[in-house]
Ligand binder design. Structure first.
Ligand code: SDX
Length: 451
């Protein structure tokens, strides 16, 4: 507990004992005040309870700041709309990893470093043939990125800053190749080689859509849209997948295995899988006539249906990324001459939802996933590749947080506690004393469905 309490500190009073404890206050360079409970348990035996960590800061970080009430998102102090407008993904990667926007020379060197890690080991490429062609590309991503740890492990000293740098560069460089190869594999098409003459976004287009039998011309509109999507997905402070990477990395695990754990977490429809779920939902809604029915379904506590692409743990106002993406949707579709009825439907759904009392009361606004799928669909990505694109963009955020955690001299293995509601101690019952359950056709008895 704080030695001499100051006016900013907090006092916790245990009414069952009348004892009071002073808990130090913490304030960051921006954002909410925090109460430091790190000494609470060792000194009082009291644990705290916060399922989903809605009110809990798990670490200190300099990388990204979000103000959910004001719809603010900044990377190293630069607002996301500025980065989206003036930067490119490689520059944002440098910023997230090293804390500053690069000089021209630093950017050129960084870009060259990344380009020299885009190839995959020929034996890693053999992993693809173990998957069914119909495998979801996120399952392939988890497997192949995890397998990278088998190629870069024995000599790795993750405490060495140079090893951390090389691992970060490899992840950023190889994710587009790994993701695009999952798509090519699903089509039974050959794997194109990355081309160093292209920018990061151009290379991703080439890897995804080039055909070895023909020349492939990069469409600058598509490259610009890809660049924007990658920037908007690059990092988002302690979201579920980044927290997963941090927790996995806190034990000293291999960084490629940690990133694979982040990919697994991102895949969920409540997180990065929502972009795929939005397109499926728009397909389910079909026409604007059905919108009121689905808005009602989304509010029914007995109906598991949720308006995918709406709501956010932190944003209780507009997700600034959704604003940028909505504008980009129009630009991309106009330039490509695509009249996508799903965009019209999404816009109408957004308008109706934002005027609905339930969504206003719950502060549910469109998030990054609401429009991203429409753009990716216009760019030619199949729905199953939407979350792969999210993972490619987010890889720099994951590895930047992994690196920041390791550089924190006070970092410890993450090990949350629990509120135990199970059986109290009971005597072991030998088999011949346990009685019998009547024969059941189903296995329900295994989960307590029997007597
Ligand atoms: C991402 O954390 C990040 O930063 C994530 C992310 C990133 O960049 O890493 O921003 C990316 O994951 C964006 C979110 C994508 N997911 C979706 O669009 C799926 C739909 N949204 C929800 O499932 C939900 O809003 C979450 C998961 C995003 C947030 O869930 P919370 O914070 O746990 O909120 P909650 O589920 O407790 O909801 C609060 C209330 C509930 O009602 P009550 O229980 O209070 O009565 O709002 C309701 C929910 O039922 N609600 C919704 C809703 N989202 C929340 N009701 C209808 N439709 C929705 N979409």
């Amino acid at each position: 507990m704080a030695k001499s309490s100051t006016k900013d500190d907090f006092t916790l009073t245990d009414n069952s004992t009348g004892k009071s404890y002073t808990l130090p206050a913490l304030t960051g360079s921006m954002g909410n005040r925090l109460v430091d409970i790190s000494k609470l348990y060792p000194q009082t035996g009291i644990l705290t309870y916060d399922p989903g960590f809605s009110s809990t800061a798990a670490c200190k970080s300099d990388i990204t700041y979000i103000d959910g009430n004001k719809g603010v998102l900044m990377h190293r102090g630069y607002p996301i709309d500025q980065l989206a407008k003036h930067s490119d993904y490689i520059e944002v990667c440098y910023l997230l990893l090293y804390g500053q926007l690069p000089t021209p020379e630093q950017k050129e060197q960084f870009d060259t470093d990344i380009k020299h890690h885009t190839l995959l080991h020929e034996q890693l490429i053999r992993f693809y043939s173990g998957f069914m062609r119909s495998a979801h590309p996120m399952a392939v991503m988890v497997g192949v990125v995890g397998a990278l740890s088998a190629f870069y492990h024995d000599k790795m000293d993750i405490t060495d800053p140079n090893e951390q740098r090389v691992a970060a560069h490899r992840i950023i460089a190889k994710m587009p190749t790994i993701g695009a190869y999952a798509y090519k594999y699903s089509l039974g098409m050959p794997f194109p080689m990355p081309r160093n003459k292209y920018t990061y976004a151009e290379n991703l287009l080439h890897l995804m859509f080039s055909n070895p039998a023909e020349d492939y011309d990069i469409n600058p509109v598509l490259a610009k849209a890809i660049n924007l999507l990658l920037i908007l997905h690059a990092d988002h402070e302690q979201n579920a997948s980044t927290s997963t990477v941090r927790l996995a990395g806190s034990s000293g695990a291999n960084p490629y295995a940690c990133v694979a754990s982040g990919i697994a977490s991102l895949w969920g429809p409540a997180h990065g899988g929502a972009n795929e779920a939005v397109l499926k939902m728009l397909g389910q809604i079909g026409t604007s006539r059905n919108i009121p029915k689905f808005i009602k379904k989304a509010q029914d506590p007995d109906d598991s249906f949720r308006l995918m692409g709406f709501g956010h743990r932190v944003y209780k106002s507009y997700d600034p990324r959704a604003t940028v993406l909505r504008e980009s949707c129009h630009e991309v579709l106009n330039v490509l001459g695509i009249n996508d009825p799903q965009l019209e439907l999404a816009m109408e759904l957004e308008q109706i939802a934002l005027k609905d009392a339930y969504f206003i009361e719950k502060k549910l606004y469109p998030n990054v996933d609401f429009y991203s799928g429409i753009i990716m669909s216009a760019l030619g990505f199949p729905t199953s590749m939407f979350t792969v694109m999210f993972a490619i963009g987010r890889s720099v955020g994951w590895i930047s947080h992994w690196k920041e955690m390791l550089m924190d001299d006070h970092h410890r293995i993450g090990r949350p506690r629990q509120l135990y509601l199970g059986e109290t101690e009971r005597k072991f019952n030998p088999m011949d004393k346990r009685g019998h359950t009547e024969k059941k056709t189903s296995w329900s008895w295994l989960w307590g469905g029997g007597r």
